[in-house]
Design a protein around this ligand. Structure first.
Ligand code: SF4
Ligand code: SF4
Length: 394
């Protein structure tokens, strides 16, 4: 396929957390807010005068210092983030919001706070409690935390406008971004898709890591480009998969999967588009913040939600995605030492395979996948397994 005009530009932006667009927004005097998890609604951090940056550690080679502070038996994403913080890579951030969703993430953020790794007098790390059930109590708890721990803090420290009008404006911007990402993602349903899973991941990830208003022109032009982009003559994959699990903030992992013959038709992982890139439709009846939190809590697919309907709902959600995106199988991946996905992967991969009858590959992986020969071999074997199953008419 012909190269997408903005792909290389975005790939380069993703090489650095403090990228050109982030610096441009900072030069305009905007507040840069570090964000590490879906559970703090992104729209609360993208109010007029502020923008969120999903924290990553691109091109990580060593985590020695992160490991020293957090031990070698903790999540590599957290250790890589701490390592970068120790190197001073997040000095451009004005604050970080950390949900109490994951204790390892909380440890990482406490280290950043206690070791004084932020920059500026006003820098703070704010811990935000999040619910474990998606019932009305959970929604009301999330709404209160969002008001007290997020909005009030932004108003108090930086004087950011947190009115309903400002929230609505942020939702409008979010919806513009999500509408375009969703439109791009639809091309993944084609028999001969006109966007690769890798390309889609680059655009999606950039939308989490760059100021939304500055990334919009690239997204708009790409959507126009995709309307006439021709697919390759020959089908470019052997099987189609849904990729699920914990954080993937490096699109080269998706490239590795696609190079091994499996087209990534849908992305159900943190930093992906399901969930995270759906529009928020507001009404005029209910309080705006409650609506935002309701959407966040009900759409969240994080294994930390432990009520039965959520636990079952996660499998139903995956099954639905796999059907909608015409997948042949599902790959569950889990960051090494991630507790939540460790439990979820073990149970869900069995249920998805036995009860929903999907071929499943279940792997744990390091934060830096690189060109892992071991993962490549396992994915190739999975592709062959699906092909044999199809050939046998099963
Ligand atoms: S798995 Fe859960 S806690 Fe971890 S980043 Fe995703 S939403 Fe947050
Ligand atoms: S991968 Fe798991 S342990 Fe690591 S931050 Fe995400 S939820 Fe926490």
């Amino acid at each position: 396929m012909k190269d997408l005009k903005h792909l290389l530009y975005l790939e380069n932006l993703l090489q650095d957390s403090n990228n050109d667009l982030v610096r441009m927004a900072k030069e305009k005097g905007e507040i840069a807010i570090g964000n590490v998890c879906y559970q703090i609604p992104e729209v609360l951090l993208n109010l007029p005068g502020s923008f969120s940056v999903r924290m990553r550690a691109p091109n990580t080679t060593s985590m020695e210092m992160g490991t020293y502070y957090m031990t070698s038996l903790t999540c590599e994403y957290c250790r890589a983030i701490l390592e970068r913080a120790l190197e001073g890579s997040y000095q451009f951030l004005d604050c970080i919001f950390d949900p109490a969703s994951c204790s390892q993430l909380a440890d990482c953020m406490e280290n950043i706070e206690e070791l004084g790794l932020g920059n500026g007098e006003k820098f703070f790390v704010q811990h935000v409690d999040t619910p474990m059930k998606d019932d009305e109590n959970g929604i009301s708890h999330m709404t209160r935390m969002s008001r007290v721990r997020v909005l009030d803090k932004l108003l108090e420290v930086f004087g950011i406008d947190t009115s309903d009008a400002a929230l609505r404006k942020s939702v409008e911007l979010h919806n513009n971004v999500c509408g375009l990402i969703t439109e791009m993602g639809q091309y993944r349903k084609l028999e001969k898709p006109t966007i690769t899973g890798y390309e889609f991941a680059v655009f999606t990830l950039a939308s989490y890591c760059c100021p939304k208003d500055l990334i919009l022109p690239c997204l708009r032009e790409t959507v126009e480009e995709l309307k006439t982009r021709a697919s390759d003559e020959k089908k470019s994959y052997r099987v189609r998969v849904v990729l699920a699990g914990s954080e993937i903030d490096d699109p080269t992992f998706i490239k590795l999967i696609e190079d091994s013959g499996a087209y990534v038709a849908a992305d159900r992982f943190c930093f992906g588009s399901f969930p995270g890139r759906q529009q928020i439709i507001l009404n005029d009846q209910e309080d705006v913040l409650t609506q935002i939190c309701r959407e966040n809590v009900t759409e969240c697919q994080c294994p930390r939600y432990m009520n039965t309907s959520k636990i079952n709902g996660r499998k139903e959600y995956l099954d639905k995605l796999a059907r909608e995106y015409k997948a042949d199988g599902i790959i569950f991946q889990q960051m090494n030492f991630c507790n939540f996905w460790g439990y979820e992967r073990a149970g869900a991969s069995h249920i998805i395979s036995q009860e929903y009858q999907w071929p499943v590959l279940s792997v744990d992986r390091p934060y830096v996948v690189g060109n892992s020969g071991q993962l490549r071999t396992r994915i190739q074997a999975f592709v062959e397994r699906i092909e044999l199953k199809k050939a046998a008419g099963r």
